[in-house]
Design a protein around this ligand. Structure first.
Ligand SMILES: Cc1cc2nc3c(=O)[nH]c(=O)nc-3n(C[C@H](O)[C@H](O)[C@H](O)COP(=O)(O)O)c2cc1C
Length: 143
């Protein structure tokens, strides 16, 4: 891939910090990263790629953010069969249910979730979460 696309939604910056860590991993692997908030993404350009990263925190009640991310995911869901996707996001008081649901949804749509599950961070990503995001970025860069 020419550029690795990392699409995310973030309100208070925690998922954005994870997106930045994925981008750092891509760059460390010698590739270019393109960070895009979900409102700015070109759907056709994203779906032209074999692999990309999607990030969203747990919102609502263990749901994707409803105004931008949920409609976007619903929109691409029918076109992601065969794609390799890194999922990541931050949460607060839950146990990561939204991410388990999201990963299952993407797998049901025929995509492969890189690493077998989404990367989650409790509020601000700690060193371990940052490391996982960077590793995921490196994997994406190698595809
Ligand atoms: C309206 C709203 C709903 C939320 N719902 C959940 C939830 O269901 N489960 C959970 O673990 N955290 C929930 N959170 C906490 C956020 O997921 C958490 O603060 C996260 O770090 C925000 O990520 P961001 O900084 O990328 O916006 C919610 C936060 C808000 C503002």
């Amino acid at each position: 891939m020419e550029k690795v696309k990392i699409v995310y939604w973030s309100s208070t910056g925690n998922t954005e910090a994870m997106a930045n860590a994925v981008a750092d991993g891509v760059k460390e692997a010698g590739k270019e990263a393109e960070l895009l908030t979900v409102d700015a993404v070109d759907k056709a350009a994203l779906l032209a790629e074999p692999a990309f990263a999607l990030g969203c925190p747990s919102m609502g009640s263990e749901q994707l953010e409803e105004d931008e991310m949920e409609p976007f995911v619903a929109d691409i869901e029918g076109s992601i069969s065969g794609k390799q996707i890194v999922l990541f996001g931050s949460y607060g008081w839950g146990d990561g249910e939204w991410m388990r649901d999201w990963a299952e949804r993407m797998e049901k749509a025929g995509a492969t979730v890189i690493g077998g599950e989404g990367i989650i961070a409790n509020e601000e990503p700690d060193a371990d979460a940052v490391k996982q995001c960077k590793e995921a970025g490196k994997k994406l860069a190698g595809l």
